[in-house]
Design a protein around this ligand. Structure first.
Ligand code: HEC
Length: 152
């Protein structure tokens, strides 16, 4: 039998479901790319920092950074890159810098801008001359920076 009280109830339910969907899509989509939205943040979602760091790990091998950089604290042709984020480094000109994001980005894109004490000027820039374009593409450098930042 038809119950006239059902109709408004159904409409109310539909409105609640619709409202819920609107809120969910708001939370997952309105934040800038890279943040991934409130619900997706911190879960390795596409565009999140974890996702970029994972790509950085692949690039680190593909772009032969491993030829000169160890990740076990032992220097190679270049300094080891693990555990360096946020720590101070002595440069050849006697200055001390904290290795923040900007420093890492510059170290990758313009290796000769600041030289780590004890290493040869031009040692890295010569080694990566063939991949400079690649480093400037899209978020390649940011992925490498996020990867290095994640290394303990
Ligand atoms: C041919 C060897 C060589 C290759 C290949 C190389 N580097 Fe380097 N890298 C060096 C040397 C030498 C230094 C230290 C001198 C300087 O500061 O430029 C250095 C310095 C750095 C630093 C700063 C380290 C610190 O302790 O402050 C970062 C970051 C870095 N390299 C990242 C990379 C990444 C990412 C790649 C791959 C795209 C790469 N390097 C490829 C030789 C290399």
């Amino acid at each position: 039998m038809y119950n006239s009280a059902r109709l408004p109830l159904t409409a109310l339910l539909a409105a609640v479901v619709l409202g819920f969907l609107v809120v969910v899509s708001y939370l997952t989509s309105t934040l800038p790319p890279g943040e991934g939205g409130l619900l997706l943040r911190g879960r390795g979602a596409p565009g999140s920092q974890q996702d970029l760091a994972a790509r950085g790990e692949q690039l680190f091998g593909q772009l032969s950074c491993t030829n000169c950089h160890n990740l076990n604290g032992q220097p190679g042709a270049g300094p080891a890159l693990n555990g360096i984020f946020g720590t101070p480094v002595q440069l050849e000109d006697g200055q001390t810098m904290v290795r923040d994001e900007a420093y890492l980005r510059e170290s990758i894109l313009q290796p000769d801008a600041k030289i780590v004490a004890g290493y040869p000027r031009g040692g890295m820039s010569a080694g990566i001359a063939g991949i400079r374009n690649r480093l400037q593409q899209g978020d390649t450098t940011q992925a490498l920076v996020d990867y290095i930042r994640s290394l303990k």
